[in-house]
Write a new protein. Sequence first.
Length: 113
Amino acid sequence: QVQVAESGGGLVKPGGSLRLTCRSSRDQFRFHDMGWYRQAPGKSRELVASITIGEYGHYASFAKGRFTISRDNEHKLVYLQMNDLQVDDTAVYYCTAIGYEDWGQGTQVTVSL
């Protein structure tokens, strides 16, 4: 069973930054596209950003220009650098291999004054 652990969330003020980290136990990690998702209260889970095996990032419209996804294949890590955070970014953030449901506990991001 694949295990995923997300970390790095917290409480920040609007305009602040956070760096999320995802550690995956998935075999052949380097051969999987990886993604960060989020789920806000009362809303469906949505894709925030994904990164291909060639390390090309794709972003949801709300994340473009503010968030950066990256990966460390040697250590099976995926990062999400989030800048200029806004109240609407408040959610639990998860990561998984694209096409799979390796959901961990997620990490809570709260943006509030």
